[in-house]
Design a protein around this ligand. Structure first.
Ligand code: URA
Length: 202
């Protein structure tokens, strides 16, 4: 896909999500003056990071990972060879679950197809999942459910998936939120990011 085709396809997704009133999270978003968080970054990205769902800061600004977890993600990117504008960052669920509760399975089912379309538009070489929800979604989506483990076992173990746009490396990572107050988790995330770096063909 050409760059302008990609942009148009992503704008169409944005428009659909803004009007996504079948979602149980829609009403709350409208009432609290929040926005859907579609994702941000390069549509030519070779690495896509997938989080869980927007938090309050994200839903207020419409930007993914701009709060405390985002700060951790920024540090991780800084320590690796990746610039935030060269990667693409998004979530499975595009609207904020109230009180930052975990996304419900039916919400993941509802929003998942938007993520699938985004991945097809970008066609990354590497999908880095952040936390267990996106790990589970992506491994199942690409037929790797037999590889599912707890996040403490699965993080930093890469898989190759055959997708409708070719082979992709899937690398589960801890969610940056677990590293906000935990140095050990931060160091583990950093080690896994270095692995990601080594897969990345510059
Ligand atoms: N946590 C997420 O999973 N996604 C965000 O965008 C912010 C915090």
């Amino acid at each position: 896909m050409m760059q302008d085709q990609k942009q148009r396809a992503m704008q169409a997704i944005h428009k659909e999500l803004v009007a996504f009133h079948v979602s149980p999270l829609y009403e709350e978003r409208i009432q609290s003056g929040m926005q859907p968080v579609i994702g941000e970054g390069s549509l030519q990205a070779r690495v896509v990071f997938i989080g869980e769902a927007p938090g309050k800061k994200e839903a207020l600004s419409g930007r993914p990972f701009c709060g405390a977890s985002g700060k951790v993600l920024d540090q991780l990117l800084e320590e690796s060879d990746l610039a935030r504008e060269d990667v693409y960052i998004t979530n499975i669920v595009k609207d904020r679950p109230p009180n930052n509760r975990d996304p419900k399975p039916e919400e993941i089912t509802l929003y998942g197809p938007f993520l699938d379309r985004q991945l097809f538009i970008i066609q990354p070489q590497i999908i880095a999942t952040l936390g267990r929800f996106s790990m589970e979604y992506i491994l199942r989506r690409y037929g790797l459910e037999d590889q599912l483990r707890s996040i403490s076992e699965a993080h930093g173990v890469a898989h190759t998936a055959i997708t409708d746009f070719g082979p992709v490396c899937i690398l589960p990572l801890y969610h940056p939120a677990v590293a906000v107050y935990n140095r050990k988790r931060f160091d583990e995330l950093l080690t896994d990011m270095q692995l990601l770096n080594s897969f990345y063909s510059h």
